[in-house]
Design a binder for this molecule. Structure first.
Ligand code: CTP
Length: 402
Protein backbone atom coordinates (compact mmCIF):
# COMPACT_ATOMS: atom_id res chain seq x y z
CA UNK A 1 0.00 0.00 0.00
CA UNK A 2 0.99 3.55 -0.66
CA UNK A 3 0.83 6.36 1.85
CA UNK A 4 -2.70 7.66 2.11
CA UNK A 5 -5.29 7.74 4.84
CA UNK A 6 -7.19 5.00 2.98
CA UNK A 7 -4.39 2.65 4.14
CA UNK A 8 -6.46 2.03 7.27
CA UNK A 9 -9.06 0.33 5.04
CA UNK A 10 -6.33 -1.91 3.64
CA UNK A 11 -6.24 -3.72 6.97
CA UNK A 12 -9.82 -4.80 6.28
CA UNK A 13 -8.91 -5.59 2.66
CA UNK A 14 -6.05 -7.77 3.87
CA UNK A 15 -8.35 -9.60 6.30
CA UNK A 16 -10.93 -10.19 3.56
CA UNK A 17 -8.30 -11.50 1.13
CA UNK A 18 -7.08 -13.95 3.77
CA UNK A 19 -10.70 -14.98 4.46
CA UNK A 20 -11.12 -15.59 0.72
CA UNK A 21 -8.25 -18.08 0.87
CA UNK A 22 -5.35 -15.93 -0.37
CA UNK A 23 -1.80 -16.01 0.97
CA UNK A 24 -1.12 -12.33 1.52
CA UNK A 25 2.30 -10.65 1.72
CA UNK A 26 1.78 -7.01 2.74
CA UNK A 27 4.22 -4.40 1.44
CA UNK A 28 4.08 -0.90 2.91
CA UNK A 29 5.75 2.17 1.45
CA UNK A 30 7.52 4.49 3.85
CA UNK A 31 4.58 6.90 3.68
CA UNK A 32 2.09 4.07 4.31
CA UNK A 33 3.91 3.39 7.58
CA UNK A 34 2.99 6.89 8.70
CA UNK A 35 -0.70 5.88 8.59
CA UNK A 36 -0.66 2.21 9.60
CA UNK A 37 1.99 -0.08 11.03
CA UNK A 38 3.66 -3.14 9.58
CA UNK A 39 2.80 -4.94 12.82
CA UNK A 40 -0.92 -4.51 12.11
CA UNK A 41 -0.55 -6.13 8.70
CA UNK A 42 1.68 -8.92 9.95
CA UNK A 43 -1.05 -9.70 12.46
CA UNK A 44 -3.88 -10.02 9.91
CA UNK A 45 -1.97 -11.34 6.85
CA UNK A 46 -0.61 -14.84 6.30
CA UNK A 47 2.97 -13.56 5.74
CA UNK A 48 5.07 -10.99 7.60
CA UNK A 49 4.73 -7.42 6.32
CA UNK A 50 7.71 -5.94 4.48
CA UNK A 51 8.69 -2.31 4.23
CA UNK A 52 12.16 -2.10 2.69
CA UNK A 53 14.45 -3.45 0.02
CA UNK A 54 17.31 -3.37 2.49
CA UNK A 55 18.41 -4.98 5.72
CA UNK A 56 15.96 -7.90 5.64
CA UNK A 57 16.88 -11.59 5.67
CA UNK A 58 16.21 -11.93 1.92
CA UNK A 59 18.82 -10.56 -0.49
CA UNK A 60 16.19 -9.73 -3.10
CA UNK A 61 12.70 -9.31 -1.58
CA UNK A 62 11.22 -7.58 -4.65
CA UNK A 63 11.99 -10.44 -7.03
CA UNK A 64 10.88 -13.06 -4.51
CA UNK A 65 7.58 -11.25 -4.05
CA UNK A 66 7.11 -10.36 -7.71
CA UNK A 67 7.86 -13.81 -9.05
CA UNK A 68 5.79 -15.85 -6.65
CA UNK A 69 2.66 -13.65 -6.64
CA UNK A 70 -0.44 -14.62 -8.58
CA UNK A 71 -1.78 -11.08 -8.27
CA UNK A 72 -0.46 -7.76 -6.99
CA UNK A 73 -3.03 -5.34 -5.59
CA UNK A 74 -2.02 -1.80 -4.64
CA UNK A 75 -4.49 -0.23 -2.20
CA UNK A 76 -4.29 2.64 -1.76
CA UNK A 77 -2.49 3.52 -4.99
CA UNK A 78 -1.35 7.09 -4.37
CA UNK A 79 -0.44 9.63 -7.05
CA UNK A 80 3.24 8.99 -6.28
CA UNK A 81 2.98 5.22 -6.62
CA UNK A 82 1.04 5.54 -9.89
CA UNK A 83 3.66 7.96 -11.25
CA UNK A 84 6.62 5.85 -10.16
CA UNK A 85 5.06 2.67 -11.57
CA UNK A 86 4.20 4.39 -14.87
CA UNK A 87 7.79 5.70 -15.13
CA UNK A 88 9.45 2.49 -13.98
CA UNK A 89 11.08 4.34 -11.10
CA UNK A 90 12.27 1.55 -8.80
CA UNK A 91 12.83 3.62 -5.69
CA UNK A 92 11.24 1.49 -2.97
CA UNK A 93 10.14 -2.07 -2.30
CA UNK A 94 6.55 -1.41 -3.39
CA UNK A 95 7.29 -0.04 -6.85
CA UNK A 96 10.25 -2.37 -7.36
CA UNK A 97 7.97 -5.34 -6.66
CA UNK A 98 5.46 -3.99 -9.21
CA UNK A 99 8.26 -3.82 -11.77
CA UNK A 100 9.49 -7.30 -10.87
CA UNK A 101 6.20 -9.10 -11.40
CA UNK A 102 4.47 -10.58 -14.42
CA UNK A 103 1.32 -11.21 -12.39
CA UNK A 104 -1.85 -9.20 -13.05
CA UNK A 105 -1.85 -5.87 -11.20
CA UNK A 106 -4.93 -4.31 -9.59
CA UNK A 107 -4.61 -0.61 -8.72
CA UNK A 108 -7.01 1.05 -6.27
CA UNK A 109 -6.33 4.79 -6.49
CA UNK A 110 -7.08 7.01 -3.52
CA UNK A 111 -6.42 10.72 -3.38
CA UNK A 112 -8.13 14.08 -3.25
CA UNK A 113 -10.35 15.00 -6.20
CA UNK A 114 -8.01 17.79 -7.33
CA UNK A 115 -5.13 15.31 -7.51
CA UNK A 116 -7.19 12.58 -9.20
CA UNK A 117 -8.24 15.08 -11.88
CA UNK A 118 -4.72 16.42 -12.50
CA UNK A 119 -3.64 15.88 -16.12
CA UNK A 120 -0.39 14.29 -14.87
CA UNK A 121 -2.30 11.72 -12.81
CA UNK A 122 -4.81 11.12 -15.64
CA UNK A 123 -1.92 10.47 -18.03
CA UNK A 124 -0.24 7.99 -15.66
CA UNK A 125 -3.52 6.17 -15.09
CA UNK A 126 -4.15 6.02 -18.81
CA UNK A 127 -0.63 4.64 -19.43
CA UNK A 128 -0.97 1.97 -16.75
CA UNK A 129 -4.43 0.98 -17.99
CA UNK A 130 -3.11 0.59 -21.53
CA UNK A 131 -0.32 -1.63 -20.18
CA UNK A 132 -2.91 -3.95 -18.70
CA UNK A 133 -3.30 -2.81 -15.09
CA UNK A 134 -6.84 -3.13 -13.81
CA UNK A 135 -8.20 -0.11 -11.99
CA UNK A 136 -10.76 -0.47 -9.23
CA UNK A 137 -12.28 2.86 -8.28
CA UNK A 138 -11.79 5.45 -7.06
CA UNK A 139 -15.35 6.18 -6.02
CA UNK A 140 -17.16 9.35 -5.07
CA UNK A 141 -17.54 9.93 -1.36
CA UNK A 142 -16.06 11.36 1.82
CA UNK A 143 -12.33 12.12 1.62
CA UNK A 144 -9.79 13.10 4.25
CA UNK A 145 -10.13 16.53 5.82
CA UNK A 146 -13.91 16.65 5.51
CA UNK A 147 -13.90 16.91 1.72
CA UNK A 148 -16.17 14.92 -0.57
CA UNK A 149 -15.81 13.91 -4.20
CA UNK A 150 -14.28 11.39 -6.59
CA UNK A 151 -11.03 10.00 -5.23
CA UNK A 152 -12.15 7.78 -2.37
CA UNK A 153 -10.66 4.29 -2.41
CA UNK A 154 -13.09 1.55 -3.47
CA UNK A 155 -14.57 -0.47 -0.63
CA UNK A 156 -12.56 -3.54 0.44
CA UNK A 157 -15.38 -5.94 -0.52
CA UNK A 158 -15.44 -4.52 -4.06
CA UNK A 159 -11.65 -4.75 -4.33
CA UNK A 160 -11.73 -8.41 -3.26
CA UNK A 161 -14.50 -9.10 -5.81
CA UNK A 162 -12.42 -7.45 -8.55
CA UNK A 163 -9.34 -9.47 -7.56
CA UNK A 164 -11.32 -12.71 -7.63
CA UNK A 165 -12.74 -11.79 -11.04
CA UNK A 166 -9.28 -10.90 -12.36
CA UNK A 167 -7.89 -14.23 -11.16
CA UNK A 168 -10.77 -16.18 -12.62
CA UNK A 169 -8.88 -16.14 -15.91
CA UNK A 170 -9.02 -14.26 -19.15
CA UNK A 171 -12.45 -13.18 -20.33
CA UNK A 172 -14.16 -16.09 -21.98
CA UNK A 173 -14.13 -16.06 -25.79
CA UNK A 174 -17.28 -15.99 -27.86
CA UNK A 175 -18.58 -19.27 -29.22
CA UNK A 176 -17.39 -20.10 -32.73
CA UNK A 177 -19.72 -19.20 -35.55
CA UNK A 178 -20.80 -15.88 -34.05
CA UNK A 179 -20.60 -12.96 -36.45
CA UNK A 180 -18.85 -9.63 -36.26
CA UNK A 181 -15.46 -10.58 -34.91
CA UNK A 182 -11.99 -11.41 -36.09
CA UNK A 183 -10.51 -14.89 -36.15
CA UNK A 184 -8.86 -14.08 -32.81
CA UNK A 185 -12.25 -13.09 -31.38
CA UNK A 186 -10.96 -9.69 -30.35
CA UNK A 187 -12.78 -7.42 -32.79
CA UNK A 188 -12.98 -4.63 -30.16
CA UNK A 189 -9.22 -4.53 -29.48
CA UNK A 190 -8.09 -0.90 -29.20
CA UNK A 191 -11.59 0.33 -28.36
CA UNK A 192 -12.42 1.97 -25.00
CA UNK A 193 -15.93 1.10 -23.81
CA UNK A 194 -17.67 2.69 -20.83
CA UNK A 195 -20.73 0.87 -19.45
CA UNK A 196 -23.15 1.83 -16.67
CA UNK A 197 -25.28 -0.71 -14.86
CA UNK A 198 -27.85 -1.07 -12.11
CA UNK A 199 -30.50 1.07 -10.54
CA UNK A 200 -29.40 4.16 -8.67
CA UNK A 201 -30.35 4.62 -5.01
CA UNK A 202 -31.42 8.09 -3.96
CA UNK A 203 -31.25 8.53 -0.18
CA UNK A 204 -34.24 9.56 1.92
CA UNK A 205 -32.25 9.27 5.12
CA UNK A 206 -29.06 7.37 6.06
CA UNK A 207 -30.86 4.00 5.97
CA UNK A 208 -33.58 4.38 3.31
CA UNK A 209 -33.53 5.18 -0.37
CA UNK A 210 -35.73 5.51 -3.45
CA UNK A 211 -34.67 2.84 -5.91
CA UNK A 212 -35.83 0.57 -8.67
CA UNK A 213 -35.74 -3.12 -9.48
CA UNK A 214 -32.80 -3.08 -11.88
CA UNK A 215 -30.24 -5.76 -10.96
CA UNK A 216 -27.45 -4.49 -13.22
CA UNK A 217 -27.12 -7.94 -14.83
CA UNK A 218 -27.65 -6.66 -18.39
CA UNK A 219 -25.04 -3.91 -18.03
CA UNK A 220 -22.55 -6.31 -16.45
CA UNK A 221 -23.14 -8.71 -19.35
CA UNK A 222 -22.43 -5.92 -21.85
CA UNK A 223 -19.19 -5.08 -20.00
CA UNK A 224 -18.16 -8.76 -19.93
CA UNK A 225 -18.90 -9.18 -23.64
CA UNK A 226 -16.94 -6.05 -24.60
CA UNK A 227 -13.95 -7.14 -22.46
CA UNK A 228 -14.05 -10.66 -23.91
CA UNK A 229 -13.84 -9.12 -27.36
CA UNK A 230 -10.73 -7.14 -26.50
CA UNK A 231 -12.08 -3.72 -25.50
CA UNK A 232 -10.68 -1.75 -22.57
CA UNK A 233 -13.78 -1.58 -20.40
CA UNK A 234 -14.77 0.64 -17.50
CA UNK A 235 -17.94 -0.40 -15.67
CA UNK A 236 -19.73 2.13 -13.46
CA UNK A 237 -22.26 0.15 -11.49
CA UNK A 238 -24.55 0.30 -8.49
CA UNK A 239 -24.78 -3.47 -8.31
CA UNK A 240 -21.54 -4.55 -6.62
CA UNK A 241 -19.84 -7.84 -7.42
CA UNK A 242 -19.42 -10.31 -8.87
CA UNK A 243 -17.60 -8.14 -11.38
CA UNK A 244 -16.82 -9.32 -14.91
CA UNK A 245 -13.19 -10.33 -15.43
CA UNK A 246 -10.75 -7.75 -16.75
CA UNK A 247 -12.83 -4.59 -16.47
CA UNK A 248 -12.17 -1.41 -14.51
CA UNK A 249 -14.89 -1.21 -11.90
CA UNK A 250 -16.33 1.87 -10.25
CA UNK A 251 -18.96 1.27 -7.59
CA UNK A 252 -21.49 4.09 -7.22
CA UNK A 253 -24.85 4.51 -5.58
CA UNK A 254 -26.63 7.71 -6.62
CA UNK A 255 -27.34 9.35 -9.98
CA UNK A 256 -25.01 12.21 -9.03
CA UNK A 257 -22.15 9.80 -8.25
CA UNK A 258 -22.81 7.91 -11.46
CA UNK A 259 -22.74 11.15 -13.44
CA UNK A 260 -19.41 12.19 -11.88
CA UNK A 261 -17.86 8.78 -12.56
CA UNK A 262 -19.17 8.68 -16.14
CA UNK A 263 -18.16 12.22 -17.08
CA UNK A 264 -14.68 11.67 -15.61
CA UNK A 265 -14.19 8.76 -18.03
CA UNK A 266 -16.33 9.61 -21.05
CA UNK A 267 -13.74 11.67 -22.94
CA UNK A 268 -11.53 8.58 -23.23
CA UNK A 269 -14.42 6.32 -24.32
CA UNK A 270 -15.11 5.36 -27.93
CA UNK A 271 -18.41 3.80 -26.91
CA UNK A 272 -20.64 4.61 -23.93
CA UNK A 273 -23.44 2.17 -23.08
CA UNK A 274 -25.88 3.66 -20.57
CA UNK A 275 -27.54 0.45 -19.41
CA UNK A 276 -28.12 1.81 -15.89
CA UNK A 277 -31.62 2.47 -14.66
CA UNK A 278 -30.85 5.96 -13.44
CA UNK A 279 -33.54 7.38 -11.16
CA UNK A 280 -35.40 10.22 -12.83
CA UNK A 281 -36.24 11.82 -9.47
CA UNK A 282 -34.60 12.08 -6.06
CA UNK A 283 -35.57 13.62 -2.72
CA UNK A 284 -34.60 17.27 -2.63
CA UNK A 285 -33.13 16.70 0.81
CA UNK A 286 -32.02 13.54 2.57
CA UNK A 287 -32.52 13.58 6.34
CA UNK A 288 -29.22 13.59 8.23
CA UNK A 289 -30.45 11.01 10.75
CA UNK A 290 -32.86 8.10 10.52
CA UNK A 291 -36.47 9.25 10.14
CA UNK A 292 -38.56 7.85 12.97
CA UNK A 293 -42.15 6.70 12.83
CA UNK A 294 -42.93 8.79 15.90
CA UNK A 295 -41.93 11.96 14.05
CA UNK A 296 -44.91 11.51 11.72
CA UNK A 297 -45.22 10.91 7.98
CA UNK A 298 -42.47 12.89 6.23
CA UNK A 299 -43.21 15.20 3.34
CA UNK A 300 -40.90 13.96 0.60
CA UNK A 301 -40.34 16.55 -2.11
CA UNK A 302 -38.67 15.27 -5.27
CA UNK A 303 -36.48 16.95 -7.85
CA UNK A 304 -35.12 15.76 -11.21
CA UNK A 305 -31.77 13.97 -11.23
CA UNK A 306 -29.08 15.05 -13.70
CA UNK A 307 -29.69 13.50 -17.13
CA UNK A 308 -26.38 11.73 -17.69
CA UNK A 309 -27.15 10.71 -21.24
CA UNK A 310 -28.02 14.31 -22.14
CA UNK A 311 -24.71 15.47 -20.64
CA UNK A 312 -22.89 12.86 -22.72
CA UNK A 313 -24.67 13.96 -25.89
CA UNK A 314 -23.77 17.60 -25.14
CA UNK A 315 -20.05 16.81 -24.86
CA UNK A 316 -19.85 13.95 -27.35
CA UNK A 317 -16.64 13.91 -29.36
CA UNK A 318 -16.47 12.94 -33.03
CA UNK A 319 -16.45 9.19 -33.53
CA UNK A 320 -17.94 8.46 -30.12
CA UNK A 321 -20.93 6.10 -30.10
CA UNK A 322 -23.64 6.61 -27.47
CA UNK A 323 -26.09 3.86 -26.56
CA UNK A 324 -29.19 4.47 -24.42
CA UNK A 325 -31.50 1.95 -22.81
CA UNK A 326 -35.25 2.35 -22.46
CA UNK A 327 -37.55 0.46 -20.10
CA UNK A 328 -40.91 0.53 -21.89
CA UNK A 329 -44.28 -0.64 -20.61
CA UNK A 330 -45.87 -2.52 -23.53
CA UNK A 331 -44.62 -2.92 -27.12
CA UNK A 332 -41.22 -1.16 -27.03
CA UNK A 333 -40.38 -0.35 -30.67
CA UNK A 334 -42.23 2.96 -31.02
CA UNK A 335 -40.85 4.17 -27.67
CA UNK A 336 -37.35 3.12 -28.70
CA UNK A 337 -37.57 5.07 -31.96
CA UNK A 338 -38.88 8.21 -30.32
CA UNK A 339 -36.21 7.99 -27.59
CA UNK A 340 -33.52 7.60 -30.26
CA UNK A 341 -34.59 10.91 -31.75
CA UNK A 342 -35.43 12.75 -28.56
CA UNK A 343 -32.14 11.84 -26.89
CA UNK A 344 -29.89 12.24 -29.94
CA UNK A 345 -28.08 8.94 -29.32
CA UNK A 346 -26.82 6.43 -31.90
CA UNK A 347 -28.45 3.25 -30.63
CA UNK A 348 -31.36 2.55 -28.26
CA UNK A 349 -31.95 -0.80 -26.63
CA UNK A 350 -35.54 -1.08 -25.38
CA UNK A 351 -37.43 -3.78 -23.58
CA UNK A 352 -41.00 -4.30 -22.43
CA UNK A 353 -40.60 -4.63 -18.68
CA UNK A 354 -44.25 -5.67 -18.33
CA UNK A 355 -43.51 -8.96 -20.17
CA UNK A 356 -42.71 -12.12 -18.15
CA UNK A 357 -38.99 -12.98 -17.83
CA UNK A 358 -37.88 -9.67 -19.32
CA UNK A 359 -35.51 -7.15 -17.85
CA UNK A 360 -35.39 -6.22 -14.19
CA UNK A 361 -33.70 -8.86 -12.07
CA UNK A 362 -34.18 -11.72 -14.54
CA UNK A 363 -31.33 -13.65 -16.16
CA UNK A 364 -33.10 -13.33 -19.50
CA UNK A 365 -34.18 -10.37 -21.55
CA UNK A 366 -35.99 -9.57 -24.80
CA UNK A 367 -35.13 -6.29 -26.50
CA UNK A 368 -35.52 -4.33 -29.65
CA UNK A 369 -32.36 -2.56 -30.82
CA UNK A 370 -32.86 0.50 -33.02
CA UNK A 371 -30.20 2.73 -34.51
CA UNK A 372 -29.98 6.00 -36.34
CA UNK A 373 -28.69 4.02 -39.33
CA UNK A 374 -32.13 2.37 -39.66
CA UNK A 375 -31.50 -0.87 -37.77
CA UNK A 376 -34.44 -2.51 -36.05
CA UNK A 377 -33.52 -5.83 -34.50
CA UNK A 378 -35.56 -7.98 -32.12
CA UNK A 379 -33.45 -10.16 -29.81
CA UNK A 380 -34.70 -12.79 -27.37
CA UNK A 381 -36.11 -13.89 -25.08
CA UNK A 382 -32.52 -14.96 -24.48
CA UNK A 383 -29.81 -15.06 -21.84
CA UNK A 384 -28.57 -11.56 -21.00
CA UNK A 385 -25.09 -12.44 -22.32
CA UNK A 386 -26.65 -13.24 -25.72
CA UNK A 387 -28.49 -9.93 -25.63
CA UNK A 388 -25.19 -8.22 -24.72
CA UNK A 389 -23.56 -9.84 -27.75
CA UNK A 390 -26.33 -8.45 -29.98
CA UNK A 391 -25.94 -4.98 -28.44
CA UNK A 392 -22.18 -4.99 -29.10
CA UNK A 393 -22.77 -6.31 -32.62
CA UNK A 394 -25.24 -3.44 -33.19
CA UNK A 395 -22.64 -0.94 -31.95
CA UNK A 396 -19.95 -2.30 -34.27
CA UNK A 397 -22.41 -2.34 -37.19
CA UNK A 398 -23.35 1.26 -36.44
CA UNK A 399 -19.72 2.33 -36.20
CA UNK A 400 -18.88 0.77 -39.55
CA UNK A 401 -21.95 2.17 -41.32
CA UNK A 402 -21.20 5.17 -43.56
N1 CTP B 1 -30.66 8.13 -18.11
C1 CTP B 1 -29.66 9.00 -17.75
N2 CTP B 1 -29.86 9.90 -16.74
C2 CTP B 1 -31.04 9.96 -16.10
C3 CTP B 1 -32.08 9.09 -16.47
C4 CTP B 1 -31.86 8.18 -17.49
O1 CTP B 1 -28.58 8.95 -18.34
N3 CTP B 1 -31.21 10.82 -15.12
C5 CTP B 1 -30.40 7.19 -19.19
C6 CTP B 1 -30.53 5.74 -18.84
O2 CTP B 1 -29.30 5.15 -18.45
C7 CTP B 1 -31.02 5.12 -20.13
C8 CTP B 1 -31.87 6.24 -20.71
O3 CTP B 1 -31.38 7.44 -20.17
O4 CTP B 1 -29.96 4.86 -21.01
C9 CTP B 1 -33.31 6.07 -20.32
O5 CTP B 1 -33.97 7.22 -20.59
P1 CTP B 1 -35.30 7.65 -19.84
O6 CTP B 1 -35.95 8.70 -20.64
O7 CTP B 1 -35.09 7.89 -18.39
O8 CTP B 1 -36.07 6.36 -20.04
P2 CTP B 1 -37.04 5.61 -19.14
O9 CTP B 1 -36.87 5.95 -17.70
O10 CTP B 1 -36.89 4.19 -19.54
O11 CTP B 1 -38.37 6.15 -19.73
P3 CTP B 1 -39.45 7.23 -19.26
O12 CTP B 1 -38.84 8.03 -18.16
O13 CTP B 1 -39.65 8.01 -20.50
O14 CTP B 1 -40.57 6.37 -18.87
Amino acid sequence: MGGGIAAYKSVELCRRLVAAGALVSPVLSAAAERFVTATTFSAVATEAARTTLWDGPEPSPHTTLGQRSDLVVVAPATARVLAAYAMGLADDLLVTTLLATRAPVVLCPAMHTEMWEQPAVRANVSTLRQRGALLVGPVDGPLAGGDTGPGRMAEPADIVAACVARLSGPPEPRPPGATGRTAQGRDLAGLAVLVTAGGTREPLDPVRFLGNRSSGKQGHAVAAEAAARGATVALVSTSGGPWPAGVEVVAVETAAQMQAAVLARSDEADVVVMAAAVADFRPVRAAGAKLRRGDGVPDVVLEATPDILAALVARRRPGQTLVGFAAEWGEPTAGARSKLEAKGVDVVVANDVSAPGVGFDHDTNAVVIVSGAGMELNVGPADKRDVARAVIDAVTAHRSSP
